[in-house]
Design a protein around this ligand. Structure first.
Ligand code: PRX
Length: 655
């Protein structure tokens, strides 16, 4: 751990005294209105999860063993077989719910599509046949690089239907990021689109993909959805149009029975090194926990609710809570392609009003942005359909929590702050809205069946106070490993504290046992709810021919949670300037994606180092956040920091 703040040094940002009880009207109709569920789950947690698996999902064959646990490898529901697309689609249609809307889709330009469960099933079956016609079989990896259009969930579900493994790459990632992910997964087919709409402009996905495809020998075919109708190059023999393939595809395809532990998908996420990790999720346990959490954390009444998770499917939130959880539960969702301020800053609120959204799930960074835009934007619309609000991705500060509660929820909607990770697959620590007393800024307590503890540096449980968040036993949706790297899996998550999964987060636990998350304690930044590693941005910077050395830290930011601050030393012959800063930002966008552009670049002749030459990031973070410097006695040259501080104050920041 490079951050030198030990457990005792983790400061507690949020000390909130306010509590909010579940509104009476909400509690009366809530699926969970009794706290007994916690004790029942604790008494037999394996049995509890087996009960959920049986109740929430359709299995072709029942399992014979609930859990096999050989740390760090867990296998759930062994012997059981099921199919994810069958659980998300066929069984709802067979039960007479084919006419229920699965997605109210709204494109950024204002075009819309209403997709029922029956429609979705038909598209998924056809695309399953398309994938097979392109040579994809069970176990093959399919890369997906798409905008937020209905074809994206169709492609994912079609993979699950035939037992192929999808690897969705967020559409905001660069060609190089896409290439690295395709290469690591050895994907056979890429599904993409000509482009997608973002703030009124067409994002050129196919053109980006073409650059990646220069160096992806595993890809045999590329399927391209026509969305923006920009000109794209179609390489003959390799590239095919989605609409042409679909028009010719057979209508039916039976769902492949998959073993509970068969690989469902890979999702790459940033770790503490420059190489992203391919997080592996499997079938039965994952679907059980996403269905369970989606149903009970959001108190889903599928016949009446209109649910909207405003994340991008390219991140885990979208996988679990736009695609798999809601569809497994037969929910009706809103799917929106574009930006919240296009054409105006009330776009979301007009969507809530238009579709009568009842459950809204978004990120604190969005809430803080809306705060900045002012409460008059939501006030333009009737938001009275809302009955529950969710938050995910980063700590939500009490002020933003209260604004969300009051100005979006009208003071009547519980706010569920849900803590989880790409690795956990599903929500772990969160209120159950019918029974949990809320404290603005706290994710409250672990869900039934989940065991989490805060520990100190030595791995000893902290009953009250600050420390490291750990999970003390396996859970159904947990990652099964890092693709191709079991050693890194064990080292990253299971070696810091014996017998425990280490999440990489710091939290304070209060006298009610509530968790107050305080952000990452490793070299992972969280910018607008997007996970980026400091090392990844550093290696993008030093890849630039003018850069000799770079150190990157995440500094607190009022809107984005954290902002990327880069300290850069240039090679001889290169000069610091605002323009040069811009070219370095562009370089980061090219290497990783626009989300990796540093907000501030501080050019400096030297970086603060220990005598052994290690960069002291803690000091750089102190400088970036304007704090007095902590212990500087280990610095090789103390004058360096003063110099950097002066330059940091003068450095321009990008909005
Ligand atoms: O630091 C925690 C933060 O986001 C990290 C996980 O990022 P990612 O894998 O991209 O998944 C984001 C969506 C689940 C965590 O290690 N985080 C996520 N949710 C919360 C949070 N921090 C505080 N409170 C949350 N509710």
């Amino acid at each position: 751990m490079s951050q030198s703040s030990g457990a005792a040094g983790i400061e507690s940002f949020y000390l909130e005294a306010r509590t909010i009880e579940p509104p009476v009207g909400f509690r009366e109709r809530a699926l969970v209105a009794d706290r007994d569920i916690y004790a029942r789950a604790e008494a037999d947690w394996e049995g509890f999860w087996a009960e959920q698996a049986a109740e929430l999902l359709d299995w072709f064959e029942a399992w014979d063993t609930i859990l096999d646990w050989k740390l760090p490898f867990a296998r759930w529901f062994i012997g059981g077989t099921l199919n994810v697309s069958h659980n998300c689609l066929d069984r709802h249609v067979a039960a007479g719910r084919g006419d229920r809307v699965a997605f109210h889709w709204e494109g950024e330009p204002g075009d819309t599509r209403t997709i029922t469960y029956a429609d979705l099933l038909e598209e998924v079956e056809r695309f399953s046949n398309v994938l097979e016609s392109l040579g994809v079989t069970r176990g093959d990896r399919v890369a997906v690089y798409m905008p937020m259009i209905p074809e994206l969930p169709v492609a994912m579900l079609a993979c699950t239907r035939i037992g192929a493994v999808h690897s969705v790459v967020f559409g905001g990632f660069s060609s190089e990021a896409l290439r690295d992910r395709i290469v690591d997964a050895e994907a056979k087919v890429l599904v993409t689109a000509d482009g997608g709409w973002r703030k009124g402009a067409a994002v050129p996905l196919k053109a980006n993909a073409d650059v990646a495809l220069e160096e992806t020998p595993s890809i045999d075919h590329v399927v391209v959805v026509r969305r923006t109708e920009v000109d794209v190059e179609m390489r003959s023999g390799r590239d095919r149009w989605w609409h042409e393939l679909m028009a010719d595809a057979r209508r039916h395809r039976v769902p492949e029975p998959m073993a509970s532990e068969d690989l469902l998908y890979l999702l790459y996420t940033s770790g503490t090194t420059a190489k992203p990790k391919g997080i592996m999720h499997t079938t039965g346990g994952y679907l059980t926990q996403v269905a369970f959490t989606h149903k009970y954390v959001f108190d889903l009444h599928p016949e009446e609710d209109v649910y909207w998770c405003a994340a991008d499917i390219g991140w885990v939130t979208g996988h679990s809570y736009i695609v798999y959880g809601p569809l497994a539960n037969g929910a009706t969702s809103v799917l929106y392609e574009g930006s919240p301020d296009f054409p105006t800053r009330d776009r979301w609120w007009s969507i809530v009003e238009q579709y009568g959204v009842t459950l809204l799930y978004t990120a604190p960074t969005a809430v803080r942005t809306f705060m900045k835009w002012g409460s008059e934007e939501p006030a333009k619309h009737d938001l009275s359909s809302l009955r529950l609000l969710g938050s995910v991705g980063e700590p939500i500060n009490p002020e933003a929590w209260m604004w969300y509660f009051e100005h979006i929820g009208g003071g009547r909607c519980p706010v569920v702050d849900t803590w989880w990770q790409t690795e956990t697959g599903a929500i772990m620590i969160s209120p159950l809205p019918g029974v949990t007393t809320l404290k603005p800024g706290s994710a409250t307590t672990p869900l039934p069946g989940i065991a989490a503890e805060v520990v100190d540096d030595a791995g000893k449980k902290v009953a009250e106070g600050g420390g490291y968040v750990t999970i003390t036993r396996p859970w159904p949706a947990m990652l099964r490993g890092i693709y191709g790297d079991p050693v890194r899996y064990r080292d990253t998550y299971w070696s810091r504290f014996e017998g425990r999964y280490f999440a990489g987060d710091g939290a304070r636990i209060d006298d009610d046992g509530y968790f107050w998350f305080m952000g990452r304690v490793d070299d992972v930044m969280n910018v607008s709810g997007h996970r980026i590693s400091t090392t990844e941005v550093e290696s993008a910077l030093v890849d630039h021919p003018s850069v000799a050395e770079a150190a990157v830290v995440g500094a607190k930011d009022a809107t984005t949670g954290q902002a990327i601050i880069a300290y850069v030393t240039l090679r001889g012959g290169h000069h610091a300037s605002e323009e040069h800063g811009q070219s370095l930002r562009r370089h980061c966008a090219t290497k990783i994606g626009p989300i990796a552009r540093p907000k501030t670049i501080v050019f400096t002749d030297d970086l603060p180092k220990t005598r052994s030459g290690k960069i002291m990031r803690r000091l750089l973070r102190d400088v970036a956040e304007g704090r007095d410097l902590g212990d500087t006695t280990t610095l090789a040259d103390a004058s360096v920091v003063e110099e950097i501080r002066a330059r940091a104050q003068a450095a321009p920041s990008e909005e």
